[in-house]
Write a protein that binds this ligand. Sequence first.
Ligand SMILES: Cc1cc2nc3c(=O)[nH]c(=O)nc-3n(C[C@H](O)[C@H](O)[C@H](O)COP(=O)(O)OP(=O)(O)OC[C@H]3O[C@@H](n4cnc5c(N)ncnc54)[C@H](O)[C@@H]3O)c2cc1C
Length: 204
Amino acid sequence: MKPADPSLLHAIEAVVPGGVRSRAVDRLAMAHDASHYLLVPQAVVAPADAGQLAGLLRVAARHGVALTFRSGGTSLSGQAVCGGVMVDTRRHFREVEVLDGGARVRVQPGVTVRQVNARLAPYRRRLGPDPASESACTVGGMVANNSSGMACGTESNTYRTLESLVLVLLSVSANRTCEIGMSRATGRPYRHLLEVVEELTRPR
Ligand SMILES: Cc1cc2nc3c(=O)[nH]c(=O)nc-3n(C[C@H](O)[C@H](O)[C@H](O)COP(=O)(O)OP(=O)(O)OC[C@H]3O[C@@H](n4cnc5c(N)ncnc54)[C@H](O)[C@@H]3O)c2cc1C
């Protein structure tokens, strides 16, 4: 198992105090997702908020190390494992705010689908996507994978039920969060998303 670079760990600890795990047991515990791949991360980092995540992005860019996000770890094709630095977004980012009598919900990415649906149940509402992994998979992982499920098909999959996203991006001059709208009609946010990323990361 490749040892973690001490200067990298030190720099990460400075921006995510108390949120870095680099013992062998921590790294090996996160070396699998639900796929057949085995990749051992150099460290597992759990930022507590968007500010810490922005700091982590800066450190990773400075050290030329790749960050891989991981939430429920239920991905089936190795999306949630890496040999670089793993960012655990399930430990924090767990707020849920029900809006408009349950017609909309503002959710942080570390909340599981089941937890969101439990909050929506009194309003007789639920999220569109219904992955069979709903007890363990989270909103962050669902958005990244555009998850669907047995009943929702492609009509109510994740992209088609998203209204907006808040992104934390690394720009050359500054880190910002950015809220983008998604097209429910076309269900094709990526074109728009890539335009936004390109604009925010363009050198000034
Ligand atoms: C038993 C089982 C049943 C399943 N059933 C279904 C199903 O019915 N339908 C379906 O579509 N899928 C299904 N899946 C696949 C999987 O559960 C889904 O894709 C799920 O939404 C992944 O969510 P997660 O929280 O586990 O994400 P993870 O596996 O942790 O991560 C998934 C991807 O999202 C990225 N990511 C995670 N959090 C963030 C974040 N905060 N910001 C940016 N990127 C992030 C990761 O880097 C990774 O690329 C199933 C899997 C299992 C094991």
